[in-house]
Design a protein around this ligand. Sequence first.
Ligand code: F6P
Length: 558
Amino acid sequence: MTSAPVDPTTTTAWQTLTELYADFTPDLRGWFASDPNRARSLTFGAADLRVDLSKNLLTPEIARTLIQLGEQVGLPERIEAMFSGERINVTENRSVLHTALRLPRDASLEVEGHDVVPDVHAELDKVYAFADKVRSGEWKGVTGRRIETVVNIGIGGSDLGPVMVYEALKPFGQLGLECRFISNIDPTDVAEKTFGLDPETTLFIVASKTFTTLETLTNARLAKAWLLDSLRASNAIGHHDDAAARAVASHFVAVSTALDKVADFGIDPNNAFGFWDWVGGRYSVDSAIGASIAVFIGPERFAEFLSGFHAMDEHFRTTPIQKNVPALMGLLNVWYVNFCKARTHAVLPYAQYLHRFPAYLQQLTMESNGKSVRWDGTPVTTETGEVFWGEPGTNGQHAFYQLIHQGTQLIPADFIAVVNPARPLRDGDADVHELFLANFFAQTKALAFGKTAEEVRAEGTAEAIVPARVFGGNRPTTSIMAPELSPSVLGQLIALYEHITFTQGIVWGIDSFDQWGVELGKQLAKEITPAVGGDSDALAEQDPSTRALIEYYLEYRV
Ligand code: F6P
């Protein structure tokens, strides 16, 4: 039995934070001027990441009190409970052990009398052997040709992680291998992603933790039909059932916790990779769900990716809150959400390869912490779950940064950059990555320190437009830097945000590992499907708005 959540609003730390906020006047210019050590004392290391928190709206007293808040809600004990396999996913009665997926081979973790590490490595070894076969050409399609395209079919955690990592680690991929990702049940997704593919050299990975997800199973059936129809159309295979079975066996593998359902679908269980119910979908890219990535970058690089996660796990588990980067970032987010009333949080990677990272984080953070009840079923006692969003810089600068700089909302932002780009280029004398990084440094500086009316006037600006050109500053940012975007650094970044999310969930007392909020829409979609097909009884059961919308569809469909 996991212990009851502590109501954070009853702690003395919360009381102090409330008082501190009542008298709070952010003054990053003043704070930096009066404390020459501010940057140094608020910059921390975590594995290969260097994290500068100094441009946040934080005084030493606020920082100290946030740390006390972490202690008073039992964060260190909850961290230990997660890592040791306690069933902290209360509403699903499960352990939460994504951290076990990246334990080294010689580690051991007894959970309820069973060491899970050998299981994890046995499954990883299967994935690695499969990856090696595809990469070497030993794995052949039904007509004897090697695989050139791997298509992952999955959605949510069975898609967002693999897509994001594929995009981020493109420089490490094997030449001649491409991955595509089908997720949406909008039929245009399958149509577009199979367009131009050669079925003889295409391998599908059907990735679904439950193997019940409507989108994924529908798309898998569509992909199977596409494969068989195209192979038959070119006479690559005949029309017999055994030819179809051989084609499916050579062109389909699956990843799931429900291997019985994989077999029902017609995929050979020998071509299926498993994982465990203690891995949440949005925490699963480091399990066999990452099989497409293991194929693309190879087992060695995939192992480096896992070691990056593990390095951040160790940091989170063993570092006191005072220097614990995920804990500090999570507590800072609590300060912004609950005291400064921030409603959103931007993540702005200055690394084009990380262009899907904000989308990935949306599921991680919002499916985890978008909750109104606590893990004991009682209502939350304060706001939870800010909206995470973002796009890579510098693109965002030319789109939405206006609002971050001069809008009326407070939007804490994480800026992420790497020192060495995977593809350095020069433009004449200029190192283009330096131009890029200059923007990274400039933006956080502008957001923190702004530009006063006097400074605007001193530039000769006409008085009438001085107010429009003033930058208030005091817009909080965290700067995260790493030497390069290696597989390990990417693993560290993902684990960093997993643990930030966990920290916030603990303060708010919520189960960050269930996702009941996705169920009602799924259930209603099933019920509404006959109405959309024109069933008048089903249509009559709908509320007036929904009925009118479906009638519009029925009137205009061709
Ligand atoms: O509907 C939400 C969800 O359950 C996510 O949590 C999950 O990542 C996604 O659907 C896909 O689920 P599965 O991997 O079981 O197909």
